[in-house]
Design a binder for this molecule. Sequence first.
Ligand SMILES: Cc1cc2nc3c(=O)[nH]c(=O)nc-3n(C[C@H](O)[C@H](O)[C@H](O)COP(=O)(O)O)c2cc1C
Length: 339
Amino acid sequence: MDLSTRYLGLNLRNPLVASASPLSRTVDDVRRLATNGVGAVVLYSLFEEQLRREAAHNERMAVQGSESYAEALSYFPPSVDDGRSGHRYLRLVERAAAAVDIPVIGSLNASTPGGWARYARWIQDAGAAAIELNIYYLPGDNTVHGSAVEQRHLDVLAEVKSATTIPVAVKLSPYFSATADMAHRLDAAGADGLVLFNRFLQPDIDPEALSTVRTVTLSTPADTRLPLTWIALLHKKIRASLAASTGVERASDVAKYLLAGADVVQSASALLRHGPEYAGVLLRELSHWMNRKRFSNLSEVRGLLAAPDAKDTEDSAARERADYVWALRKANSGIYDLY
Ligand SMILES: Cc1cc2nc3c(=O)[nH]c(=O)nc-3n(C[C@H](O)[C@H](O)[C@H](O)COP(=O)(O)O)c2cc1C
C-alpha cells in the first residue's frame, strides 16, 4: 500500500507523525520511533527557560573550573548567546537527524522577543528538517485583548520565518474565537503548516486534599471531534499543510483525520500508552482499512469527507446552523450517544 505523503513540503513515507512528547527524549527514542515506521518525528519542545538554565549552569561550571584548570574556560560557553554548542537539545537534533532517514522536526517554545528567532535558527543549524512552533499561551490576564493574542502568533511566525529557511509549522490552541480567520492569516503570513491542536495543561482540583493537581492526562478518541471539525473546514481552503493532533488511539482515528483532509496525523498519547511499537500497528491497520475500502493511495482518501465548498460564507454559516439545529433536535427527542 502506498502511504507516502507530503507535509511542509517534505516527502514522508507515511502520514503518521510522532508528536512532540517525551517519546523523543534521546537519540535511541527517535531511532525506535523510526524503526517502528513513523513518517516523521517532532521532538519534544525546547523551552527557552531550559536553555537559559543550562547556559547559566555551564557558566557557573566554567567559573568554578577555571579556578582549578586554566583551560577549563574553553570547555564551557561563556554566555547564553554563545551557549549553543553545549546545549543538550541542539545535540539531540544534530544526532537524531544523522541517525534516522526520516525528517526530524524541532519544536520550540520561546518566551522573549528575539528568543524565537535565535533559537529557531539554532535548531535549523543543528539539522532539523523543519520547526514546529509551540506557542503555548493561556491569556489569563484580563487586560490582554483577543486581537493581541492573535497578533502575538503572527509576530512569532514572522520572527521565525525571517530567521530561518526551513519549513515552519504553527501548533495552534483550540481556543481562538475565529479559528478559520487565524488559520488564514497565518497561512498568508507564510506558515508552511498548521497543527490542530495543542492540548493545554488543565489543572484539576482534589476536593479531599483541598489542593490543585497539576497533571498531564492522555487523550481519548472523543477528543478528536474538535480538530476533526476544523481540519474538515480548512481542507483546501489554505495553502499550508494540515497536521491533525489529539485523540488518536486506533487506526480508524487516523483514517477519520485523513478523510477530513489532514495531510498528516500526529500521535503522542497512543504511543505513550502502548509504546513506540504501536506505530507499526496503526500503520498496518490503516493499510488494511485502505485495502478493504479499495483505496490505493492517500490522495484518494484525503479530504473525501471534508466540509463541502459553500458558495459564500452565508451559505456556510447557514449549513453549520442547520447541522447544529438538526443534531440538537435529535438529541432533545431522546436520540443521543451514551459514552
Ligand atoms: C506527556 C506529554 C508531553 C508533551 N510535550 C509536548 C511538548 O514538549 N511540546 C508540544 O508542543 N506538545 C507536547 N505535548 C502535546 C502533544 O504533542 C500533543 O499535541 C497532544 O498530546 C495531543 O495529541 P495526543 O492526543 O496524540 O496526545 C505533550 C503531550 C504529552 C501527553
